[in-house]
Design a protein around this ligand. Structure first.
Ligand code: FAD
Ligand code: SF4
Ligand code: SF4
Length: 751
């Protein structure tokens, strides 16, 4: 009987080599066995395989403890232990580029054969560059040293389905194997004549490595790929117009660190309580969690942080430069806030009697209570920002301010209101929506029993219609010349207006007010003549153009018409010829840098966009006045998405959605419908606690869930503070850390 022990690593094909030898013998009529000794070893772990063949039937089914020959597939396993139990005169066949003579010390008294099976396998393209498959090459070398005809070994290969490169590999190894007999040291025979007992086979020695008890062999060299860590940009961060670190503040809230959550928000925006109520929340529209069970309720969580968090602002040391801000809407106030934090002396000049812009005069109390705005304005005031109200700035005054300050920032919003010639109807019948909302705030309007028609499809139209209902109007109709899809109002506003009883006539264009149409004697009832529209081809904005349908006119009964047709900037405050462009110094004539921000410059039309614009301008001013470059945050990184799940997933930011559990969204409480349309009290009550933040998937950002650390089978991945540390000396590149990372933050790269 011939018994062979094969030393290799999981994945190298040691068992297959045993089968190849056995098969070649079996085809010659021998009795054979081929089996491996391993349990749950993974790729790269040291394993053994065995082969027996005999002319007689084999009845021994034990492991091979005293092999006739030993084959070693991997150079890193060449150690004294491999000779354990090896019978005198047995071959040690090593896969190495070295000559047998190099092993004179280790293997004295044995026959040693070497062959560079790795190079042969690589040369024939077997396996990968870092993990070549050497078993078929070694089958040729085994045949050579055991004096098995090559044809018989190749027959074994063919029988198991190996051809082409494997046959060539075996043949090359047959020719390349080098043999030598290493002389044994002179030893005294034992007195009883028994042969010296073989040393017990102990396998590779173990030393204390970086991850605890690890093999002394640096198994990391077996890896063909290595894990690393890469952060991506969460889509919510990517789209927030204010530039908020959404994932960051949600992470703090998820750990019940509400103050920290607020602190993160205050780095970018002074208005978390405001945005937490009125922002259209593009962050939620883009939230990856939509694909699972609904967007994270970011807006309400921002409100919670703003309402409940406590943070003391610490401005930088006071600077000598002074900056004037004209207009105190969210853009001007945000600029003032950041400039105040930088330490500048800031004065805000506001035409209206109170600061706040449209937050104060436009957005109704039932969506944004005045005390909420007041609280956030107070925070800005605490930075020694000076507010001068009732102080309109015109072209002459602007030049005076420029002379008296080191920089001037203009944030006057959109002051030109678009009108519509309806023929008859005085200011008591036809009102501008912005004026109407301002007067409502000052308790100057009642609409008891009136029939109100609002013209337009934006936020002003929705707020005017909802306010009219609350002021006791009998009916409120909105006429809009396009469809719901094209309405610029925030979607929630449209839904809530409809819920409250506002009727919307889509594809309807008002033409004229007919005084006598349905007069009821006192002349206060009118008919608003309207025409039906249909959508035609897209216009320059990409929206489909409304086209009149001839002969479709009809009258809508009304006592009041509120126009909400949009606004445009009033540029008369600037010297003639001034080009208004956000974030740039505009005047060549003045030395003082002048900036235009917010709706005035961008026409973005949201509070968050105005905040972002004000913040960028403040940074710009700081850079211009000091030369200091303000870091803008990383905006160039790959975004984390769900829909990138494809073959490239490992190198994209795609989330592993199957690793997240479903959990319903917390929408918070609202006041009942029975009361809603009759009160100016705030209709949403917010979230009961910050638990909703735990729904955040932390897209593309490591939130230290440490699943990778837990599942690393080798124990070579550790957390050190906020860092993940990979011990590459022992990491075999199995990639389990990657497949267990829900956010794809851990990724593999080829070596
Ligand atoms: C009715 C309504 C509802 C809205 N609802 C929402 C909403 O729910 N969510 C949302 O994100 N956005 C909403 N918007 C849009 C949002 O309010 C604006 O985009 C935002 O306020 C723009 O900020 P701003 O600072 O550029 O300008 P504004 O808020 O318009 O502030 C400009 C300020 O400049 C002052 N000013 C003007 N001229 C002068 C001058 N010559 N001298 C001194 N001061 C001057 C004005 O009095 C005003 O205080 C709404 C808008 C309206 C009209
Ligand atoms: S400001 Fe708006 S977009 Fe930005 S995080 Fe808040 S709700 Fe989302
Ligand atoms: S799950 Fe969290 S990090 Fe991801 S998009 Fe939504 S809010 Fe942002």
């Amino acid at each position: 009987m011939v018994e062979i022990r094969i030393h290799g690593r999981g994945g190298q094909g040691g068992v297959t080599l045993a089968k190849l030898i056995a098969t070649s013998r079996f085809l010659q009529g021998r009795s054979v066995q081929a089996f491996g000794l391993y349990a749950a070893e993974r790729s790269g772990a040291p394993v053994q395989a065995f082969c027996r063949f005999d002319d007689e039937p084999i009845t021994n089914r034990n492991l091979i403890y005293e092999p006739d020959h030993v084959v070693v597939l991997d150079p890193t396993l060449v150690a004294l232990g491999i000779t354990g139990g090896l019978k005198p005169g047995g071959w040690i066949l090593l896969n190495t580029e070295e000559s047998p003579a190099s092993f004179a010390q280790e293997f004295r008294g044995h026959r040693v054969a070497t062959v560079d099976a790795t190079a042969i396998a690589r040369g024939h393209g077997l396996g990968t560059r870092s993990v070549p498959i050497v078993n078929t090459a070694l089958s040729g070398a085994v045949a050579r040293i055991l004096e098995i005809p090559l044809e018989e070994m190749l027959a074994g290969l063919a029988h198991l389905g190996f051809g082409g490169a494997n046959v060539a590999s075996a043949t090359d190894a047959w020719n390349a194997v080098v043999t030598a007999e290493i002389l044994a040291p002179p030893t005294e025979p034992s007195s009883d004549g028994a042969r010296t007992p073989a040393p017990a086979f102990r396998g590779p020695s173990f030393v204390s490595g970086a991850g605890g008890d690890l093999p002394g062999i640096r198994t990391g060299q077996w890896a063909s790929e290595q894990p690393g860590r890469q952060q991506y940009v969460p889509p919510c961060n990517d789209v927030c117009p204010a530039g908020n670190d959404v994932q960051g503040f949600l992470h703090a809230l998820a750990e019940d660190r509400v103050d920290d959550g607020l602190e993160i928000l205050l780095r970018t925006s002074p208005f978390p309580s405001v945005c937490g109520r009125v922002c259209p929340a593009p962050c939620m529209a883009e939230c990856n969690r939509i694909q699972l069970d609904g967007a994270v309720n970011v807006r309400q969580l921002e409100r919670l942080a703003g309402d409940e968090g406590k943070v003391e602002l610490v401005p930088a040391e006071a600077r000598p430069e002074r900056v004037a801000v004209v207009g105190s809407g969210p853009a001007g106030l945000t600029a003032a806030y950041h400039l105040g934090l930088y330490g500048y002396g800031v004065t805000v000049y506001e035409a209206a009697p109170q600061v706040g812009g449209l937050l104060r005069s436009g957005i109704p109390d039932f969506r944004l209570p005045p005390e909420v705005l007041e609280r956030e304005v107070d925070r800005i005031r605490s930075l020694d920002v000076e507010f001068i109200t009732g102080s309109p700035v015109d072209r002459i005054r602007l030049l005076d301010l420029a002379r008296a300050h080191d920089a001037v920032l203009v944030a006057t919003g959109l002051q030109e209101l678009r009108g519509l010639q309806l023929g008859v109807g005085g200011s008591d019948v036809v009102m501008q929506g912005i004026d109407f909302l301002d007067r409502v705030k000052r308790n100057e309007v009642t609409l008891n029993g009136e029939d109100v028609v609002v013209v337009g499809g934006g936020n002003t139209a929705m707020d005017a219609a909802r306010s009219a209902l609350r002021l006791g109007a009998a009916t409120v109709r909105v006429v809009y010349r396009r469809t719901r899809t094209e309405m610029p109002a925030i979607e929630e506003e449209i839904v809530e207006a409809l819920e409250e009883g506002v009727v919307i006539d889509f594809l309807t264009q008002p033409l004229s007010l007919e005084a006598e149409a349905q007069a009821d004697g006192d002349g206060s009832v009118h008919g608003l003549r309207c025409r039906r529209m249909e959508l035609g081809d897209p216009d320059a904005t990409g929206r489909r153009r409304p086209v009149e349908i001839p002969g479709s006119d009809f009258d809508v009964r009304c006592t009041r018409v509120i126009l909400a047709l949009g606004q445009s900037p009033d540029l008369s405050v600037f010297p003639e010829g001034t080009e208004v462009r956000e974030g740039e110094a505009l005047l060549g004539l003045l030395e003082t840098p002048l900036y235009a921000v917010g709706d005035l410059a961008t026409n973005d039309g949201t509070v968050a966009a105005a905040i972002g614009s004000g913040r960028r301008a403040a940074m710009h001013i700081h850079q211009t006045l000091t030369g200091e470059v303000v870091p803008q945050g990383e905006r160039t990184r790959v975004r984390s998405d769900v829909d990138q799940w494809n073959d490239e997933v490992i190198r994209s930011g795609a989330l592993r959605m199957h690793l997240f559990e479903r959990h319903p969204v917390d929408m918070g409480e609202s006041i009942g419908m029975d009361r809603r349309a009759t009160t100016f009290d705030e209709i949403h009550a917010g979230l009961p606690d910050a638990g909703e933040a735990r729904r955040c998937l932390s897209c593309g950002v490591c939130n230290e869930c440490d699943l990778c650390v837990t599942y690393c089978p080798e124990g070579v991945l550790k957390r050190e503070g906020h860092r993940l540390v990979f011990d590459y000396a022992y990491c075999k590149g199995c990639g389990i850390c990657v497949t267990e990372c829900p956010r794809n933050v851990v990724f593999m790269s080829h070596l």
